[in-house]
Design a protein. Structure first.
Length: 388
């Protein structure tokens, strides 16, 4: 039987001339659309000053994936998921939809070359996934942004994600207690601390150090590639909330994007995050889908009342929540009804528009290149409503 590809946990769900990227056939993900080849590496980061909030007696450990503009190389292409996470994801998704886990294939090749030499000196983008989800969920966006001249750092929030694989094959599973408002607040506080710690470790890397816990060899030029004077952040769902909350407390992040994430712990009680209650003084992009937008989300309304800088709202009426993840292009391959979580929008067209808007946002606010795309509705992106 032909194997199926689906996103992990989603159903739980310089001065030199730039090298041109070559097409990378064989991946089920859409090809990156920029001029650069894409390199990738992972970092195992340990915060010895912080206890893990979900596992007593353990220090906080994180895994991050770094994708970056790279020199063309014959390095191997990285798999979508490592074996331990792939197995856990297959079990989880198989249970949820009643399919034999053996039918799922999470080891397909991405367009990113493992350990390829880094190119240039580029702005940095942080990516946080949704609650309980893998950092791999944003791979299609990360590869495209890296090909456009950004270093993209995707963070797994350990013990919240279904599974996180560390060097040597050790796998940390989901260990959070059942969700309550207090647990949700602890989760968000942990995510914000994780993000700021990752930024700290990127500063070590940019200074010539190696923050990896085992000091594993890093791709040539990786530290020099990090321009930490230009930092942005984006995320889906809880990751979008994380981007806003991080910007409230960490001024190193210059611009942020929320992909369909509420900024509330409890809407009806008006128990909102600080980003909603206080707003921000730096650029922020809100992207929504289906019946979710500022028209229906009280926390977005509160954020817009308090926000003091550039802001735009883009809405995808024929989309749904998980359309802002790799599922937009992967899940339709399953042969099941994806309407409840992806909507009816054309997958390829939706992903192309998402990439265009997200790249334009960071190009305008981190590279200071004016983007007419944000002046009003675009006939090139008919699926999106422009809400100012």
């Amino acid at each position: 039987m032909r194997k199926r590809a689906i996103v992990a946990g989603a159903l739980a769900l310089t001065a030199l001339a730039a090298p041109a990227a070559t097409a990378e056939p064989g991946s089920v993900l859409p090809e990156p659309g920029g001029r650069y080849a894409v390199g990738v590496t992972e970092l195992h980061l340990v915060d010895h000053a912080r206890q893990d909030p979900w596992v007593p007696g353990a220090v906080r450990e994180l895994m991050v994936t770094v994708r970056y503009p790279a020199l063309p190389s014959g390095k191997p292409r990285a798999p979508y998921l490592p074996p331990g996470v792939a197995a856990a994801a297959a079990e989880e998704d198989g249970r949820l939809i009643g399919v034999d886990p053996a039918e799922f294939d999470y080891g397909f090749a991405t367009h990113s070359r493992t350990g390829a030499p880094a190119f240039g000196h580029q702005p940095v983008l942080l990516h946080s996934p949704g609650a309980k989800q893998s950092r791999a969920l944003g791979t299609a966006q990360a590869e495209h942004l890296a090909s456009k001249g950004y270093v993209v750092v995707a963070i797994d929030h350990t013990h919240e994600a279904v599974a996180v694989e560390f060097p040597g094959g050790r796998v940390a599973g989901h260990a959070m207690p059942p969700r309550t408002i207090e647990v949700a607040k602890q989760m968000m506080a942990t995510r914000v601390q994780d993000t700021s710690f990752v930024l700290d470790q990127l500063e070590v890397l940019a200074r010539g150090g190696n923050p990896d816990a085992a000091h594993r060899r890093l791709p040539p030029g990786l530290g020099r590639a990090l321009d930490l004077d230009r930092v942005g952040m984006f995320g889906h769902s809880g990751g979008g909330f994380t981007a806003g909350e991080t910007m409230v407390t960490d001024r190193r992040v210059d611009a942020g994007a929320n992909l369909d994430g509420s900024m509330a712990y409890h809407q009806e009680n008006r128990d909102f995050g600080r980003v909603a209650d206080e707003g921000l003084d730096r650029p922020f992009l809100l992207m929504s889908a289906g019946d979710h937008s500022a028209a229906s989300d009280l926390s977005w309304q509160e954020f817009l009342r308090h926000h003091r800088a550039w802001v735009r709202q883009l809405h995808l009426p024929a989309g749904e929540h998980f359309g802002y993840t790799d599922q937009q292009v992967l899940a339709p391959r399953l042969g099941v009804d994806t309407t409840p979580f992806l909507g009816t929008v054309d997958p390829a067209r939706s992903m192309a528009s998402q990439r265009a808007y997200l790249t334009a946002f960071f190009d305008e606010h981190l590279k200071h290149r004016p983007q007419p795309l944000f002046d009003g509705p675009s006939p090139r992106h008919p699926d999106f409503e422009f809400r100012g």
